[in-house]
Design a protein around this ligand. Structure first.
Ligand SMILES: [Zn+2]
Length: 58
């Protein structure tokens, strides 16, 4: 049974647990930074290729 991606809601056979990372790009008055959420989510291949994230050890 296909599972549903928690990011886009699409179905995919290859779901992977990841932690979403929010990236703040560097600008002229602020250094760049990245925040990683504690709560893992199931993501499809498409979301993993488009959005920043960290893999979760399973
Ligand atoms: Zn997705």
């Amino acid at each position: 049974m296909a599972r549903v991606c928690e990011n886009c809601g699409g179905e995919d056979d290859e779901m992977v647990l990841v932690r979403r990372t929010y990236v703040v790009p560097e600008s002229w008055d602020t250094p760049g930074s990245a925040t990683t959420l504690d709560e893992p989510e199931l993501w499809c291949w498409s979301c993993r290729s488009q959005y920043p994230h960290e893999p979760v050890d399973q």
